[in-house]
Design a protein around this ligand. Structure first.
Ligand code: XUL
Ligand code: MN
Length: 346
């Protein structure tokens, strides 16, 4: 069945970047966040995804009042541009106190920093009228398997979720799983892990997931099945659509650019699951590649959006009755050929 959703799109300021990578510096001039906000609507986007310090740079060194004043300025900027803040995520991977992780660090002082920072992140989210906190648990894992007590780490993650739920009864927490990078092995590698933590928490209805296509592929999983799993539990808070060419560093390629059929299946599952009908965003966590000329670089965002919308058309124009019939007759060879021909434009 078709889902008549008119999708809304979002991305984060980090998706318009200057092309630096671990092997070389930026290749384009810096483009201030404030100037980025003016680009969103003309590019076809209305949702802004934030890290806490995308809203309030240098927040660790500010008084609570100064932090909230700056957040209030960003709220006004968003309103002026007709933009909606989709989520705020605590950046728990940059500060020296997060070298060994935040919530799962072996150091009590570092865990305290992670919790303080998380509370500030929630305060910032509230100050810009945003109800969702994303946890990308960047360094909650190990490079050396024996370095941490993994069982204790899971307990600490759960305690943190519960503390967040207590601290702010009006927020949702969306966990973004990723199996590796920067750590060798992360503690929350798949949506199954995230959903288990949600159910174990004190308010499962407020803990959901954000599924990134590339992260699922890095775990050796099919992103569309990961999305279907979350949807089956009503736990898909948001998505980071993008693509990934094999098991290597997190590439954040344009949606559909490495595997168009896998992208089609993500769209199919989102359509069939009614995703977006309650205002959920199509987030595009795609990277501005280093080789692209011009500044600011935005084609990866509009191209990914266009590919998504073309695949929605493909899903809606499919012969759905034929798919049902081929499933019933168990002729999956014919089903595959039909899908591929449909994608080829036949
Ligand atoms: C990291 C990643 C992040 C999160 C937000 O791989 O995807 O950008 O989406 O912190
Ligand atoms: Mn992401």
């Amino acid at each position: 069945m078709s889902n008549p959703t008119a999708y809304r799109f979002s991305f984060g300021p980090w998706n318009i970047s200057e092309g630096g990578d671990p092997f070389g510096p930026e290749v384009r001039s810096a483009f201030p966040h404030e100037a980025k906000f003016a680009l969103y609507r003309p590019l076809g986007f209305e949702g802004v995804q934030f890290h806490d310090d995308d809203v309030v740079p240098g927040l660790d060194d500010l008084s609570p009042e100064a932090m909230l004043t700056k957040a209030g300025e960003v709220k006004a900027m968003l309103a002026n541009q007709g933009l909606i803040p989709e989520f705020v995520a605590p950046r728990l991977w940059f500060d020296p106190r997060t070298v060994d992780g935040g919530y799962t660090s072996n150091s009590a002082a570092d865990r305290e920093y992670a919790w303080d920072r998380t509370r500030k992140c929630i305060d910032i989210a509230r100050a810009i009228d945003c109800k969702a906190i994303v946890l990308w648990l960047a360094r909650e894992g190990t490079y050396f398997r024996e370095a941490k007590d993994a069982r204790l780490a899971y307990q600490r993650l759960l305690e943190t979720l519960n503390a967040m739920l207590d601290y702010a009864p009006d927020i949702e927490i969306w966990i973004e799983p990723k199996p590796n990078e920067p750590t060798d092995l992360a503690y929350v590698p798949t949506i199954g892990h995230a959903v288990a933590l949600a159910y174990a928490s004190k308010d499962p209805s407020r803990v959901k997931g954000l599924i990134e296509s590339a992260h699922a592929l890095l775990a050796g999983l099919d992103p569309s099945d990961e999305m279907a799993f979350a949807l089956a539990h009503d736990k898909l808070g948001s998505v980071h659509l993008n693509d990934q060419n094999g098991l290597k560093y997190d590439q954040d390629k344009n949606f559909g650019a490495a595997n168009l059929r896998a992208a089609f299946n993500q769209v199919r599952v989102l359509e069939e699951g009614g995703y977006g009908s309650r205002g959920e965003f199509i987030g595009l966590d795609v990277k501005a590649v280093r080789t692209q000329t011009g500044s600011p670089v935005t084609a990866h965002l509009t191209n990914s959006r266009e590919i998504f919308l073309r695949l929605v058309e493909k899903y809606r124009s499919m012969d759905h009755a034929l798919v049902v019939a081929l499933r019933e007759s168990r002729d999956y060879e014919a089903l595959e050929l039909y899908i591929i021909k449909h994608l080829l434009g036949d």
